[in-house]
Design a protein around this ligand. Structure first.
Ligand SMILES: [Zn+2]
Length: 281
């Protein structure tokens, strides 16, 4: 599933093709926005930004197209001359003199005035985007230790989009491993130093994944994992999809836990549960 870093990279790719370029043609095939398509049809684009897993395409005329790809939506950027073969449902097309940008399959698409973005049902309830520069370590620490969130499990906090926007399955496992936090521990169970480390891991691991296109370990480690015969889905991570392999730190066997239908991979030796072993006062 695409998480914040993948959506932001898609946003960067689309920006390069569309922003400040002349839109020679655009089409909106999706029924939910059909009634408003004339407002933005063939209009030029000012900027493209992301909020967690949502993308915002802002037109120069003061309107915004909101889209959320969930599990199945997909953006493609091609030269106009490229022949496209796809069985997916086409939702939106933007065409410049050089490129054609297409949104496929997504079902969560909306058109709204840019000035009303903050009132959008999804955007108004999500937390700060961990990839945004304005989301500091300090802000992350404050949220983790706030009355609203401090008694929720790490496994819950690292997926809940109202806490932080942009985290998903692989980032959850990788962040908690990097910070050495057990998935059942809560901010309430941890001292200041460990909260600080957790906040740093949230930001740093997300940023690394954004920069590298989904890698949450260094190139050196990824190459070594690969040489050991690991497939792509696991060699680019430290624990996620590595549950049958050895921990990179301590050589313990990586374990898997399920929370609902979402898997979480972790090292039982590096991520010791604090909450359970803490003596009661
Ligand atoms: Zn370990």
């Amino acid at each position: 599933m695409p998480e914040g870093p993948e959506i932001r990279r898609a946003g960067d790719r689309i920006s390069r093709a569309l922003v400040d370029k002349e839109i020679v043609k655009s089409n909106f095939y999706y029924v939910r926005i059909k009634d408003r398509e004339e407002i933005v049809k063939n209009k030029n684009i000012k900027e493209i930004t992301t909020r967690g897993k949502a993308m915002l395409i802002r037109f120069k005329n003061g309107w915004t197209m909101y889209s959320h790809n969930q599990l199945y939506g997909r953006w493609t950027v091609n030269l106009n001359t490229t022949k496209i073969k796809s069985t997916r449902a086409l939702r939106v097309v933007f065409k410049t003199k050089k490129h054609t940008v297409r949104l496929w399959s997504a079902t969560d698409i909306d058109l709204l005035p840019t000035s009303e973005e903050h009132e959008h049902s999804f955007l108004k309830k999500i937390g700060p985007d961990v990839l945004n520069e304005s989301c500091s370590y300090k802000l992350i620490e404050e949220r983790l230790t706030s009355k609203t969130f401090h008694k929720k499990k790490a496994s819950t906090l690292m997926l809940d989009q109202t806490v932080f926007a942009g985290l998903g399955n692989y980032l959850r496992s990788e962040i908690l491993f990097d910070a050495k936090i057990h998935p059942d521990d809560r901010p309430f169970d941890l001292d200041k130093t460990r909260i600080t480390q957790w906040a740093k891991s949230i930001k740093n691991i997300s940023h690394l994944a954004y920069k590298t296109g989904g890698f949450t370990v260094s190139k050196y480690i990824a190459d070594r994992n690969k040489e050991n015969g690991e497939p792509r889905k696991s060699y680019r991570h430290a624990v996620f999809m590595r549950y049958q392999y050895e921990c990179l730190n301590c050589k313990s066997r990586i374990e898997r836990k399920w929370y609902g239908k979402r898997k979480l991979d972790f090292c039982p030796s590096c991520q010791i549960q604090t909450g359970k072993i803490k003596p009661s006062r």
